[in-house]
Design a protein around this ligand. Structure first.
Ligand SMILES: N[C@@H](CCC(=O)N[C@@H](CS)C(=O)NCC(=O)O)C(=O)O
Length: 185
């Protein structure tokens, strides 16, 4: 069974959401970060960077939430993906972690980045229900997670991005999302 290493209110929620979407069985190990469990040798064997989330799936130890999402998509998600489809998934996962997250959650970037990024997302989501088209995919877990962290962590007015707000409501209604976010500790 897949083991998910996380901690309360951590990015483990992103991985938990996708594990739930894929209906996979998994065991969750919650590290006490206040007590420094993520810096203990036993966990550094799994992630030498001492950060969560990480998974263990058989022989594989894997860390970085984006890499974990892409692995799960590849192994357990939509089958027979073309190189182009896999690249589009990677594009959105990298966008979420490297561009959207820092653009919104690092205060010094927000004023400059938020209108561009949220405006573009609003344009895309005005045309189609999900980021890659008609189907919910791993791209929606990656980007949707960061969008869903906005009302949980920041007080930002998103009313200028109505298609993004609708999208956030749609994904938050998914049972897998509700289970994952309810268990975020
Ligand atoms: N880019 C990494 C970020 C991981 C990360 O920063 N995790 C935080 C919790 S959300 C953490 O483990 N912090 C503990 C520390 O840095 O000591 C990912 O997406 O997995």
């Amino acid at each position: 069974m897949i083991k998910l290493y996380g901690a309360a209110r951590s990015r483990a929620t992103i991985v938990r959401w996708y594990l739930e979407e894929l209906n996979l069985e998994y065991e969750e190990i919650n590290l006490d970060m206040q007590a420094g469990e993520h810096r203990q040798p036993a966990y550094l064997e799994i992630n030498p960077m001492g950060k969560v989330p990480a998974i263990v799936d058989g022989e594989l130890k894997l860390w970085e939430s984006g890499a974990i999402l892409l692995y799960l998509a590849d192994k357990y998600g939509q089958p027979q993906q073309t190189p182009a489809e896999r690249a589009i998934a990677a594009q959105w996962v990298l966008f979420a972690n490297a561009t959207l997250g820092p653009g919104i959650f690092i205060e010094a970037n927000r004023e400059r980045e938020m209108p561009k990024l949220m405006g573009a997302l609003n344009g895309i989501l005005s045309q189609q229900p999900y980021l890659t088209g008609e189907e919910f995919t791993v791209a929606d877990v990656a980007v949707g997670s960061y969008l869903s962290y906005i009302p949980l962590m920041l007080q930002l007015d998103l009313s200028g991005y109505p298609a993004v707000e609708n999208y956030m409501k749609t994904i938050a209604a998914r049972p897998a999302f509700q289970k994952a976010f309810a268990n975020r500790g």
